[in-house]
Design a protein around this ligand. Sequence first.
Ligand SMILES: [Fe+2]
Length: 171
Amino acid sequence: MAESERTRTRERDAPALDSYEKQLRARAEFQDRQMMGPVVIRSTDREFQLTRQAHLKYYLDPTSFKDTPLQDWLVFVNDVKKHSGKHRHQGGLVIYVIEGRGYSIVDDERVEWEAGDLLLLPIKPNGVVHQHFNHAPGEPCVWIAFCHMPIMDYVAMEMTQIEVMPEFKDG
Ligand SMILES: [Fe+2]
């Protein structure tokens, strides 16, 4: 019997795991991630992506990086070159400004920020419409967002794109 056929036979014969066994396996995998997963996410391990909303580099993203110990956080850098797209989602997250100066339009209110500042998006009944701008396009303007996803689930966060970042349409 060919090796590949033997493998297929073994897979077919393997009993399906019941829910309890899956839970045991999931907990063991969780423990493995805590013991062995990377605890320093190098900047060089991640790449910027041109997205509908912005130029983003995700350090933690449970949908893409399943090896990190912390799977409940979304942590990403936004390199605001000119301005982001505009979207609406629930607040409850924080944005730390790493470099440069800019401003955000948050529910029609303009809020200024610069390196070292912390921008908060409040939790409101219908979420928060927002868009981010670089004060000096061509100069660095970078922030990082920290978003704890269980909070987003509990406040039933939805995301709606209202305007697409121009570079995305042009690219
Ligand atoms: Fe946002």
